[in-house]
Design a protein around this ligand. Structure first.
Ligand SMILES: Cc1cc2nc3c(=O)[nH]c(=O)nc-3n(C[C@H](O)[C@H](O)[C@H](O)COP(=O)(O)O)c2cc1C
Ligand code: SF4
Ligand code: SF4
Length: 274
């Protein structure tokens, strides 16, 4: 019996969070219609509440796991966290959000990692959202069509859960068939973007960027110093700064912006595997 739907996301600039929240809400409302007791719904923001110790989810919980695509992969810090999260006959829906170029191997990587952690993955989806680094790329996404697709993905996932849970006979659980998720299981280390945010003159040294940085790249005493070897260019510090003081700058950023805006302008649409 399913009793809880948990939306878990890592979302440095907020787009993955929006999509994960919407799917979690749609899914729990659809499953609620079937159950006598109301289904609980909760959210875990992995940026603010990272998984530091082993945690196991039970068979009454469905997790909706959302991650952003960074350079065709899910962030390494997320893979490390996922290895501490365990399923115990727990169902999962996995999704990535990406900035209208390609989701590369990220969805496959997320799918395989979650399967390895003993979750039964019902469905896997890739959705398009604004790129925080270059605001004009996919700037209006998710749009009305994307939203319709997000709702449809939730609907077909809920139907599959309904059918799957209906196959339980005296505690004998059916096994979910593997999904043919696009991508390869990456063997190389993720590549890093050689561009990092810098704090400008509006900085008041409040420390919020330092507190939110998932890899400890911002100097404890001086937030104007970002360690380029640690920084994964996720943009969480930019989103967290109350003064709008953090931004990308410099000639390499300007040149990348021109090139990537031209390269990423062909519309991509949501895709899913079920
Ligand atoms: C460093 C970095 C690398 C990215 N790499 C890709 C990529 O390989 N393909 C793509 O389509 N979008 C890429 N994007 C865009 C993000 O995947 C996309 O904007 C995502 O929705 C951001 O999620 P968030 O708002 O939850 O942080 C990248 C963004 C950043 C900041
Ligand atoms: S310093 Fe780099 S890794 Fe840290 S939050 Fe900012 S962009 Fe992300
Ligand atoms: S969040 Fe903004 S104002 Fe606060 S320390 Fe960081 S850059 Fe400075």
């Amino acid at each position: 019996m399913i009793r809880n739907v948990v939306g878990m996301f890592f979302s440095p600039s907020g787009e993955t969070a929006k999509i994960t929240r919407k799917i979690t809400t749609e899914l729990s409302e659809r499953l609620d219609e079937l159950c006598i007791d109301p289904i609980g719904r909760s959210f875990v923001d992995l940026l603010k509440d990272p998984i530091k110790e082993d945690r196991t989810l039970d068979s009454e919980t469905i997790v909706v796991m959302g991650m952003p695509v960074l350079s065709g992969r899910i962030p390494e810090v997320c893979t490390e966290m996922l290895k501490k999260l365990h399923g115990n006959d727990t169902l999962a829906i996995v999704l990535v959000s990406y900035g209208n170029n390609t989701y590369g191997d990220a969805l496959k990587e997320l799918y395989c990692t979650v399967c390895d952690q003993n979750f039964g993955v019902v469905s896997a989806g890739a959705f398009i959202a604004r790129n925080p680094m270059f605001g004009t790329i996919a700037e209006d996404r998710p749009d009305a069509y994307d939203l319709q697709q997000i709702i449809e993905f939730s609907r077909v996932s809920a139907n599959k859960i309904r059918r799957f849970c209906g196959t339980e006979i005296q505690g004998m659980k059916a096994r979910l068939a593997p999904l043919n998720v696009k991508g390869d299981l990456p063997s190389r280390k993720p590549s890093r973007f050689p561009i990092h945010p810098v704090a400008g003159s509006a900085c008041t040294n409040c420390g919020r960027c330092r507190d939110i940085c998932p890899v400890g790249a911002i100097n404890m005493d001086d937030p104007r110093k970002v360690d380029g070897k640690k920084c994964i260019s996720c943009s969480a510090c930019i989103a967290a700064c109350p003064e709008g003081a953090m931004s990308y700058a410099g000639p390499l950023y300007a040149a990348s912006r021109v090139a990537l805006e031209r390269l990423y302008n062909k519309r991509q649409d949501p895709e899913w595997f079920i």
